[in-house]
Write a protein that binds this ligand. Structure first.
Ligand code: PLP
Length: 388
């Protein structure tokens, strides 16, 4: 996808463009069927309520859950906060949370905020250099020191290096020790199959803007019978668990996006993986010391995370940014750029971390863009080499 400024967009992990078929639905529910889904005194509310009901159905079909288990939120960050805080806040004793160190900041910062208030203690899981969870260590942690742990947090797919986690196996371990399991599936839903009901997941976070729906809409799937303390109080919407007038246009967009993903995911992701492999080969042919990070056998099809040791990623970004939208993956908050916590947890060398670049392909990426992207990156590398 090339933007108005002719910059090739290869940052699909950060966000995705809204599919025009999704945008049409969003527009319809903003301008024509603009009703409040909770208005009961006139017919206007019916269409909106119907759209919300259908959205629950379509999301449920994509991830095999019951429509009744779906709560709409503003996105995965809110879903994750609701799951973690809502779960921990209902307990009287300090909680123990088992957390993977390569989770998104939405999980890490929420757990750390609770730890700071002494409401929770964190037990960190071990990950290897591919960002994979050590399942033996997980089992040991669940069965031993942390027996009676309050919550386990492991994502379905990593937003930096694209590693896909064995969610079914992780869920089975959590279930064996009776530990509720939060799975942040923001990068996974609509890209790989997810089975909420059969994989022993207690809470699953979904983000609309990672699957070609708009920003500002998402969902938390909550296992039937589970109780969460609300974070937002108000009109008692969504059975009191998340008050606030429903974002019907966003929810209708999420419905359409989930339906399209269910129908098109397999074909799209196969094509995306082919393009990703092609880009990887083109770069490897021209940059002999190029490293590909992550778990190459279990990787999101749109993910290509590379390091060019001894060339700082900032030097590459400075040279390609007017032609390519790719990312260093580093967190930038309050103007301070910090090295990626994911790459640090993977225990990669400093020069590999400093040379890391995240390239994210999506369903609008073309072969021409991949060829152009490769030549732009290779030229930047050659230019830097000449200066060294
Ligand atoms: N979790 C993961 C793995 C993500 O990649 C993101 C987005 O960057 C989030 C959570 C937060 O999602 P949202 O932007 O919907 O709040």
């Amino acid at each position: 996808m090339t933007t108005q400024e002719n910059i090739i967009y290869l940052d699909y992990h950060s966000t995705t463009p809204v599919d025009s078929r999704v945008a049409e639905k969003v527009m319809y529910y903003m301008t024509t069927a603009f009703d409040n889904a909770n208005s009961v005194d006139h017919g206007y509310g019916n269409q909106a309520a119907q759209a919300v009901k259908q959205a629950r159905q379509k999301i449920a079909e994509l991830i095999n859950t019951s429509p009744k288990e779906i709560i709409f939120t503003s996105g995965a960050t809110e879903s994750i906060n609701l799951a973690i805080q809502g779960h921990i806040n209902q307990q009287n004793t300090p909680a123990t949370i088992i957390v993977s160190p390569v989770e998104h900041k939405a999980v890490l910062d929420t757990c750390q905020a609770l730890a700071k208030k002494r409401l929770a203690k964190i037990i960190w899981l071990n990950v290897n250099q591919q960002a994979q969870i050590d399942l033996e260590h997980l089992e040991k942690v669940c069965s031993g020191g942390a027996s009676g742990a309050s919550l386990l947090c492991v994502m379905a797919a990593n937003n930096e290096v694209g590693t896909i986690y064995p969610v079914q196996k992780i869920g089975a371990i959590a279930q064996k020790y009776n530990i509720p399991f939060l799975c942040d599936a923001s990068q996974a839903v609509g890209k790989i199959p997810i089975n909420f009901q059969e994989w022993s997941i207690t809470y699953l976070a979904i983000s609309g803007h990672k699957l070609y729906a708009p920003k500002g809409v998402g969902a938390l799937v909550v296992k039937k019978g589970d109780y969460l303390e609300p974070l937002i109080y108000g009109g008692g919407h969504q059975e009191g668990l998340r008050s606030g007038t429903l974002n019907v246009p966003g929810i209708a967009g999420l419905r359409e996006a989930c339906q399209l993903r269910r129908l098109e995911m397999e074909v799209d992701e196969t094509a995306i993986a082919l393009l990703r492999d092609q880009l990887q080969s083109l770069l490897q042919a021209e940059i002999p010391n190029l490293l590909v990070n992550g778990d190459l056998n279990n990787r999101l099809s749109g993910n290509l995370h590379i390091s060019i040791p001894d060339i700082p990623n900032s030097a590459i970004i400075a040279r390609v940014r007017h032609q390519l939208a790719i990312s260093t993956g580093a967190a930038c908050s309050s103007g301070i750029v910090a090295p990626s916590h994911v790459l640090q947890a993977m225990n990669l060398g400093e020069n590999i971390i400093e040379g890391a670049l995240r390239i994210g392909l999506g369903k609008f990426t073309t072969k021409e863009e991949i060829e152009k992207a490769s030549s732009v990156i290779v030229s930047a590398v050659n230019e830097i080499h000449q200066l060294l």
